[in-house]
Ligand binder design. Structure first.
Ligand SMILES: Nc1ncnc2c1ncn2[C@@H]1O[C@H](COP(=O)(O)OP(=O)(O)O)[C@@H](O)[C@H]1O
Length: 474
């Protein structure tokens, strides 16, 4: 009745869905008919604002129409304001209106910590009277911008970095020769990250190293220990605790039992681990709580794998049974010749055992009960839209099923796919981030992130090709 939509807006509005109605206070005046009309108008306003990407708003203006514009000015939403409404600053100040004039329409919007608050008051239609009859407040929660977040102090921060794959060898290429790999300069990029973390205003509580810390080529050069020492020395240039995740390149260099006794077993080097439950002696999975109400779970994505298992072992045989159902290639690193998700059945991937999945399920149940926020990390991504399918964990679907059955999970972080990726799971709102790999990052760029954690969100400040993101908690 009071709205006017352009054709262009109709299309855009369908695509935009980043704001949510938090609350709406009903009219408090005595005039029933005005209340009804006000509510009708507010409903129309809401219906349209609801779909408007207020995160991108640069202009919100009331004149005779409410005009919302985004940064480029290309997406506009017009809503005709009935002339017997005035929009006030919400302070209850009474204003004098000229008869039938639109001069009384004032700017009403204000940003309050990521919320667009719109007060709409209904005035009597009679000329020259002071009134504040009824009002309604529409509060919209918007996606916070980096600027919003910069003004607040986080509860804590942490660093993330993935696929450093250091080796003291000349630059090379990935298998398909489509991406250059900078084996030596990955160390300098780690140094850049360390410097940035140590200079940040709020020092990180810990660093998440998402796996593939050194490259498999070290093994052929008999340089695994040396390369690992070199990288760990770089990490120890600051006193911040590092949580190491294991990737395929860890197993190219070391056996599982060697890893369990090494500096890459973070459970041996921190008191933070919540060790009352661990999935099993040979499974490298644990959880820790760096701040009350927040839990981080480190997963072992090569628990079911041909990597790191003795060929004579039961685990190797059962992993072979899994991969052979889909991959008939002689070279099991070569993906099955198919499109889609089955490409993941290669030797450089792996999966999670039932034991580990059951353990994760119980950790998450306990976190649900305590209303904690849980971030899960693994070398392999588990959401098909957060990565190239060739990098997915074998039984990503089982893990995703567990995540989806718990309310506590807010974020899943992985490495492995050097191009990175991100998706917000549409069923749960859980954020799935795949971090760009250092090894395929130009020497004059960077690939790491600093995550600031707040009550209602995590904010990733990316460096170089890692972009900024805001993860609102589901
Ligand atoms: N399409 C492929 N066919 C055969 N072998 C492959 C293929 N892709 C990767 N590999 C081999 O698999 C191993 C792991 O690949 P790599 O690219 O180093 O993994 P990451 O992405 O973890 O760095 C390497 O030995 C590589 O040569």
């Amino acid at each position: 009745m009071y709205t006017k939509k352009t054709k262009e807006n109709c299309v855009d509005i369908q695509q935009w869905c980043s704001c949510y109605l938090l609350s709406r206070h009903e009219c408090c005046g005595s005039h029933t008919s005005e209340n009804t009309r006000l509510n009708q108008w507010a409903a129309i306003l809401l219906q349209h604002i609801h779909a408007f990407p207020t995160s991108t708003l640069s202009t919100v203006r009331f004149s005779n129409r409410l005009i919302l514009k985004n940064e480029t000015g290309s997406g506009c939403f017009y809503c005709a304001v009935p002339r017997w409404f005035v929009c006030s600053h919400g302070g209850g100040r009474q204003r004098k209106l000229k008869a039938n004039s639109l001069a009384g329409f004032h700017h009403v919007w204000r940003w309050r910590r990521c919320r667009l608050v719109v007060n709409v008051s209904c005035l009597c239609d009679s000329p020259g009277i002071y009134v504040k009859r009824t009002h309604t407040t529409v509060i919209l929660k918007t996606t916070p911008t980096m600027d919003d977040c910069a003004q607040e102090r986080p509860l804590f921060t942490f660093g993330v970095i993935a696929d450093i794959q250091y080796a003291n060898i000349d630059d090379g290429y990935n298998y398909s020769r489509s991406r250059r790999r900078y084996y030596r300069s990955s160390l300098q990029l780690l140094r850049n990250a360390q410097e940035s973390w140590s200079e940040s205003a709020v020092k990180p509580e810990f660093i998440l190293q998402l796996g593939d810390i050194i490259d498999g080529f070290n093994k052929g050069h008999n340089a695994s220990e040396r390369a690992l020492d070199t990288v760990l020395r770089e990490f120890s240039s600051s006193p911040v605790e590092v949580h190491h995740v294991w990737g395929n390149h860890e197993f190219y260099n070391f056996s599982r039992s060697a890893l369990l006794g090494s500096k890459l077993n973070s459970t041996l080097h921190t008191d933070r681990i919540l060790s009352e439950t661990r999935p099993g002696p040979e499974i490298y999975a644990y959880h820790f709580s760096p701040f009350p109400g927040f839990t981080f779970v480190v997963l072992d994505a090569y628990d079911v794998s041909l990597l790191g298992r003795e060929e004579s072992s039961e685990q190797y045989k059962s992993a072979m049974n899994v991969i052979r159902q889909y991959n008939n290639n002689e070279d099991l690193n070569c993906p099955p010749a198919c499109e889609g998700l089955e490409q993941r059945f290669t030797m450089f991937n792996g999966g999670f055992s039932k034991e580990q999945l059951d353990w994760l399920d119980s950790v998450l149940s306990s976190a649900d009960d305590k209303r904690e926020r849980v971030t899960i990390v693994s070398h392999l991504p588990v959401h098909p839209c957060s990565t190239d399918p060739i990098c997915l964990a074998w039984n990503f679907d089982e893990l995703l099923g567990i995540i989806r059955s718990h309310s506590s999970v807010v974020c899943f972080m992985a490495g492995h796919d050097h191009d990175g990726g991100y998706v917000k799971d549409k069923d749960t709102g859980v954020h799935h981030l795949t971090l760009e790999g250092v090894i395929e990052t130009l020497p004059d760029s960077n690939a790491f992130g600093t995550v600031s954690v707040y009550e209602d969100r995590m904010v990733l400040k990316g460096s170089g090709r890692t972009r900024d993101r805001v993860f609102l908690f589901p």
